[in-house]
Design a protein around this ligand. Structure first.
Ligand SMILES: Nc1nc2c(ncn2[C@@H]2O[C@H](COP(=O)(O)OP(=O)(O)OP(=O)(O)O)[C@@H](O)[C@H]2O)c(=O)[nH]1
Ligand SMILES: [Zn+2]
Length: 363
C-alpha cells in the first residue's frame, strides 16, 4: 500500500504552497531547483534562498519581459539574473507593474541564455494556475530530492506534471437541485468539480431543454465586479441578466457560470489590471504588462460540462468568436450565434471598443 499523493494531488498542494509563500522543489531528470512565487515571497525566505548560493534567477513571461525591455531568450519566457544587491522591493518591482511608470527598473536586466528552461516554464505555469503574478524565483539545488525531503517541501517532477498543466482536468457532476429564479420558477443549479482540485463551475438549467435540439446557451465567465457589484467598467452584469431573461422567456436554456474571473487571471490580478487601466492602458495592454496573455481562459471546460448534461448542439449567446471556435473544436456544434449586446455606457465604451478591435469581438 502507498498513501503517497499522486502528481495531480501534489500539484494541488503546490498551488496552495505557492499562495502561502512556501517554496517548492521542481525536478527534471537529475536537475532540480527551489521555486518561490515572487508575489508571496517574504524577507526571511529571500534571505534563505540567497544563503544557498549559486546562480538564482527570476523567471518572467515574455509579455512582462517586453515591458521591462529584457530579452526573452527562451521564447515565451525570460530568466533574469538576480543582481548582487537584490532585495525584496527589486523582486516585487520585477513581478508587479504597479510602479513601472513611477520608478522604471534600474537596469540593465541580464537574461540568462542557453541551458534548459523547462523548470522555469513549469514554475510560471504553476504561478498562473495559483492565480498569482506570473513571476518565480528559482535557485538551483545540487541534491533536490534530498533537500525536499529534509525540508518537508512539495516535490514536483516536470515530466510527470507537464500533461496535467496542459490538458484540462475531467469535470464531475457533484449535485443538482431545483432553484427557482426571477426569470423562471423552473431553474436547476448543477455543481461541477474538476478532478485537479481547481475551481468548481456551475450550470443553471432553465426548464427542461430538449437534448435533441440546439439549446439556447451562454458560457459566462465570472465577473465579481460586474455580476455582483454592478460595475460599469464592463458589460458582464447586463449580459448575465439578459441571457437569463432570454432563456426564461423561451422557457428553456442553459447558462454555464465558469469561475474564470478576470479572463482566467483571478480577481486580484484583474484589480491589478484595473489599476493599470487607471494609468491609461487598455484592457489588453494591462494584461500584457502584468505578464499574462489577453485571455487565459479555457472554454473547453464549458464544452465538457455541456456534454456531461447531454447537450451536443447550442445556439450560443455571445459576441466572442473564440468561444465558438473552442466549442466546435471540443465537439459541441454551434448551430447559431445569438448576439448579446447590452449594457453599453460611458464607463465601458472604450473597453467594448478594445474588445472589438483587439480581441475580435463581433458587432
Ligand atoms: N483581465 C481582465 N478581465 C476582465 C476585464 N474586464 C472584464 N474582465 C473579465 O472578462 C470576462 C468576460 O467574460 P464574458 O462576458 O463571458 O466573455 P467575453 O469574452 O466578453 O465574451 P461574450 O460576453 O460572450 O461576448 C470575465 O471573466 C470578467 O471578469 C479586464 O479589464 N481585464
Ligand atoms: Zn465584467
Amino acid at each position: 500500500m502507498s498513501l503517497y499523493p499522486n502528481i495531480a494531488e501534489l500539484l494541488a498542494r503546490a498551488r496552495a504552497d505557492l499562495r502561502m509563500g512556501v517554496p517548492l522543489v521542481l525536478i527534471s531528470g537529475d536537475r532540480g531547483v527551489l521555486a518561490l512565487a515572487a508575489e508571496t515571497l517574504g524577507p526571511d525566505r529571500l534571505a534563505d534562498l540567497l544563503a544557498l548560493g549559486g546562480e538564482s534567477c527570476i523567471a518572467i513571461t515574455a509579455r512582462r519581459a517586453e515591458t521591462l525591455k529584457a530579452r526573452p531568450y527562451d521564447g515565451d519566457l525570460a530568466r533574469i539574473l538576480l543582481p548582487d544587491d537584490v532585495d525584496l522591493p527589486w523582486v516585487r518591482a520585477l513581478a508587479d507593474p504597479a510602479d513601472d511608470l513611477n520608478s522604471p527598473m534600474k537596469g540593465p536586466l541580464i537574461s540568462q541564455r542557453g541551458g534548459p528552461a523547462d523548470l522555469h516554464r513549469l514554475a510560471i505555469s504553476l504561478m498562473k494556475s495559483a492565480r498569482l503574478l506570473p513571476a518565480a524565483l528559482l535557485q538551483p539545488l545540487p541534491h533536490p530530492q534530498q533537500f525536499a525531503a529534509l525540508n518537508g517541501l512539495t516535490l514536483i517532477d516536470e515530466t510527470r506534471a507537464a500533461p496535467f498543466l496542459t490538458q484540462r482536468s475531467p469535470m464531475h457532476p457533484v449535485v443538482n437541485a431545483h432553484l427557482p429564479i426571477e426569470v423562471s420558477s423552473q431553474g436547476r443549479l448543477h455543481v461541477f468539480r474538476p478532478e485537479d482540485g481547481g475551481e468548481e463551475h456551475y450550470a443553471i438549467e432553465i426548464g427542461r431543454p430538449d437534448r435533441a435540439k440546439p439549446v439556447l446557451a451562454r458560457l459566462h465567465s465570472a465577473c465579481f465586479t460586474g455580476d455582483l457589484m454592478g460595475s460599469l467598467k464592463c458589460d458582464c452584469g447586463p449580459q448575465l441578466r439578459a441571457a437569463l431573461a432570454q432563456m426564461g422567456a423561451a422557457g428553456a436554456g442553459v447558462l454555464l457560470y465558469l469561475n474564470q474571473e478576470g479572463r482566467g487571471i483571478g480577481l486580484a490580478n484583474k484589480m491589478r489590471a484595473y489599476s493599470l487601466q487607471d494609468q491609461g492602458f487598455d484592457t489588453v495592454e494591462a494584461n500584457h504588462r502584468l505578464g499574462f496573455e489577453d485571455d487565459e481562459r479555457d472554454f473547453r471546460i464549458g464544452a465538457d460540462i455541456l456534454k456531461s448534461l447531454g447537450f451536443l448542439s447550442v445556439r450560443l449567446l455571445t459576441n466572442n468568436p473564440a468561444k465558438i471556435t473552442m466549442m466546435e473544436k471540443t465537439g459541441i456544434t454551434v448551430a447559431a450565434r445569438v448576439p448579446l449586446h447590452v449594457g453599453e455606457g460611458e464607463h465601458n465604451r472604450a473597453y467594448l471598443a478594445t474588445k472589438r478591435q483587439k480581441s475580435g469581438h463581433l458587432e
